[in-house]
Structures are given as C-alpha cells and as structure tokens.
Write a protein that binds this ligand. Structure first.
Ligand SMILES: [Zn+2]
Length: 316
C-alpha cells in the first residue's frame, strides 16, 4: 500500500492506493500560496487521520508518492524552479522529509506525468505502452510514455514543456517569454485578453459575460454567438496542432486528453481527430484521441505505478 497525494492549484487530493485502486480518499484546500513545508505537514496529518479511520498505521505502507505541479529532479528528489505555487518547494529535500516525518521512502514527479501513469495502468491508455497525454484548460500540459516508462530526456523535462512550443513563429512574447507559445494561444490564463482583442468582441455575448473562461466560451458558441464560435474555432485549431506535433514527436499508439476543456469532449475530441486525419492523410497515422477516464484518481493511481517502478523490491 502506498500513500499518495496530488497537489493541485485549488485542492490537494490524497489517499492510499493498492493494486491499482484508490482505497481511501481525502481532500484538503490547496492553499497554494502557503509554504510547501506547511502543506506537506498538512498532507502527512491527513494521511495519518485516514489510516487511523481505516484501521491502518504508517507501518502498513511501503512508501509515499507526491504528484506536484512542478518539474522535478527524481535523482535528487527535489523540485526544480519556483512557479508561484507552494513557495519554498525547491528548498525541500523530499527524501529526508519522508524518512523523518513518515519513516518511508518517497517518490515525486510532475502531476500530469503521474496522471498519465494512472491512465496507463488502469484508465484510458490501458494496454498501450506508447502514449501521449495532454491536459487542456488552465494551461497546456504534456507527458509521454515510451515502452511503458515515462519519457524523461536528459533533464527530466521531456514532453512536460511541450505546451510552450512556438506555434506562431512571428507571435508576441508571452507569459513564459517564448514567442507565439501554444499555451498563450489557447488557455484560460489568456482567454479574456484574446477575446477582448477581437474586432467582433464589441456587442458579442462575451462582452456581457461576468467571466470569460472555456465554460462560457463553449456555452456561448453553442448558442450561436459569432465571436465565441470564431474564438473557439481558433482554440480548437491550436489544440489540434499541439496534438499533431506531439504525435509527430512521440509516435504514440493513443493520445489521451484531460483538463477542464474535456468537459466538452463531444466537441473537442472529434475536432482534433478530424484535424489529424485530414492534415496527415498521406501518413498511416490514424491515432485514436480519447478522453482521460479516471478523473481525480488518475494521479493517485499513477503514484503507485511510479513507486513500484522506482522501488520494485519494496512491493511484492
Ligand atoms: Zn509559454
């Protein structure tokens, strides 16, 4: 049995996982502006409460795993870089924390990579060993699996930053400093700004919206608002090109899509599949594009997968 926690922007999902299933769950407010050391202690306390409720102790666990909204260095067991979330995270020695606080070995990895491992073991990518997963919504996240292992690269960054690829080579510098960055062309962070810059914004349904997010955009487009339809069409094209580029880079058997935008999967999935089929007609690349199926459990289940891959001797 593994202790697992998934640090999201608004909620920390945690629980314990055994044989590919989440045995018990709890949630904490993320409080992502609070120090990581404080949130780790909150997670450890919540694990202990949950274990007690179910009649277990820390001694019944083989280890702990953390899915984090960061790039990580798995060898040093550290987080790379500050991203305005969970301040102080890069200073923490997670291996030492696990040993001192829990008496257990700890593994950590980027949250989308953990979700991909979960979808591979028990969800939408089951039975496929070459998989790309993209999360569309607040940003554009990416993770790739090659022959059943995470595709890591020289600095453990492979695929993770794919959403920051340049799509518009003559575009403006965006939030990350890159020019024409895919994430800046179709994500929640920039959507209001992109809507307001349009000529057809004045008088559109979006102009009267309290909040411009993808939920609003899909709803207004569905009702026939021309500005919303056009902006949504642009976003669908950006996502389709990102998926296409990921297919070219990683040669997957299946593409799994997650993220908030997948609430409108009936629109998103066919649009992307059609783009792949139309634009790559000369190549035998009929890659299925499917929605993630495990929801909040994906990263928790992935925690167990990564722990087993990292410490095979600790689990029979
Ligand atoms: Zn970027």
């Amino acid at each position: 049995m593994i202790l697992a926690a998934d640090f999201g922007g608004t909620t920390i999902k945690l629980g314990f996982v055994r044989d590919g299933g989440v045995c018990a769950r709890a949630r904490l407010d993320a409080c992502a502006d609070h120090p990581m050391s404080e949130r780790l202690e909150a997670v450890a306390g919540a694990w202990e409460t949950l274990l007690k409720e179910k009649g277990f102790t820390l001694q019944d666990c083989s280890g702990a795993a953390l899915a984090l909204p960061f790039l990580t260095d798995p060898k040093l067991q550290r987080v790379l870089g500050e991203f305005e979330k969970f301040p102080g995270a890069p200073e923490i020695d997670f291996a030492a924390w696990g040993k001192e606080r829990l008496g257990l070995p700890v593994v950590l990895e980027n949250d989308l990579r953990m979700a991909l491992l979960g979808e591979w073991a028990a969800g939408a990518a089951r039975g496929k060993n070459d998989v790309v997963m993209l999360a569309l919504g607040t940003g554009i996240g990416c993770a790739a699996l090659s022959d059943g292992r995470l595709f890591r690269g020289a600095n453990n960054r492979a695929a993770t930053l794919f959403g920051h690829s340049t799509l518009a080579w003559d575009g403006a510098a965006g939030r990350c400093g890159n020019i024409g960055c895919a994430e800046d062309l179709a994500s929640t962070a920039t959507l209001p700004q992109r809507a307001k810059a349009r000529r057809d914004f004045a008088g559109s349904a979006l102009e009267g919206a309290k909040k411009i997010d993808f939920e609003t955009l899909f709803a207004f487009a569905n009702r026939g608002d021309a500005c919303s339809r056009s902006l949504l069409g642009e976003c669908l094209k950006v996502w389709a090109v990102v998926v296409q580029n990921a297919v070219l880079a990683y040669d997957p058997e299946v593409v799994v899509l997650g993220g908030g935008v997948l609430r409108s999967r009936d629109i998103v999935l066919p649009a992307i599949e059609q783009h792949l089929h139309r634009r790559m007609a000369g190549l035998p690349l009929q890659i299925p594009v499917v929605g993630a199926s495990l929801g909040d459990d994906a990263a928790l289940i992935g925690c167990e997968v990564l722990f087993k891959q990292t410490h095979p001797a600790r689990l029979s």
